[in-house]
Design a protein around this ligand. Structure first.
Ligand code: 6GU
Length: 227
């Protein structure tokens, strides 16, 4: 999978080179390139924003600098993901769908967001026939300073679903959010008693059917409590 991230703070995305994702890149499973939006600015001040038409607080990112940056990157079969708190809420289902893509392109907005004509432009039929899909995505009901952290959240959730990225692919099968409304059951390891708290008896019983039943009940209880 090829991943491009466009930001005015490319250094902000350096954690993408660590841990699981660093390994996935060295092994060639994932290729991540971070691009500086200011490279495509035309003036001495490297301006990327201006005041909003219609008035109001904050600044809006200029469409032309985004157009110049995105045009050469949007090859056929790409998913353009525009990060905005007004987007569709990111879910595990969305992660599974993005994991099937060959090319993800993240547009990280700052200020009050990107001029909406950028989204409108890449939604046009000439891009649809090239199988370029545009998504406006948010990672939750709160406001961040920009889309960079949101892009990293999505990239981490998506890339770990790519076959070969996880050390143990069985970890995917049993985890939270695989079943609608279910969270993962609580886990325990050694020692059998820690600070006066014992591991639940049932887990030491060796009765796999009973353990599965107990875990399902615990997962349900957790899901209800955390609503
Ligand atoms: Cl994608 N961007 C910003 N700026 N804030 C957010 C978000 C995105 N998702 C949740 N809050």
């Amino acid at each position: 999978m090829k991943i491009d991230v466009i930001s005015i703070f490319p250094e902000y995305l350096s954690p993408l080179n660590l841990s699981l994702l660093g390994k996935a890149q060295s092994s060639g499973l994932v290729e991540i390139n971070v691009h500086d939006l200011r490279k495509q600015t035309a003036d001495n001040h490297n301006t990327v924003d201006d005041t909003p038409y219609g008035g109001g607080a904050g600044m809006v990112m200029l469409p032309e600098v985004w157009g110049k940056t995105l045009d050469p990157m949007l090859e056929e079969n790409s998913d353009l993901i525009i990060l905005t708190p007004a987007g569709k809420k990111f879910t595990q289902k969305m992660a599974e769908s993005f994991a099937k893509s060959s090319h993800l392109l993240f547009a990280c907005g700052r200020y009050e967001g990107i001029d909406d004509r950028v989204r409108q432009h890449y939604c046009q039929p000439e891009y649809q026939v090239k199988n370029i899909r545009v998504h406006e995505v948010s990672i939750g009901d709160y406001v961040l300073g920009g889309g960079e952290v949101a892009a990293m959240v999505i990239i981490e959730a998506v890339t770990r679903l790519i076959p070969g990225v996880l050390g143990n692919p069985l970890s995917l099968a049993e985890e939270s959010h695989n079943d609608e409304g279910y969270l993962e059951y609580p886990n325990f390891t050694k020692p059998q008693e820690w600070r006066g708290i014992a591991v639940p008896e049932i887990l030491l019983s060796g009765n796999h059917a009973e353990i599965a039943k107990w875990r399902k009940a615990q997962a349900e209880k957790r899901a209800k409590e955390n609503l």
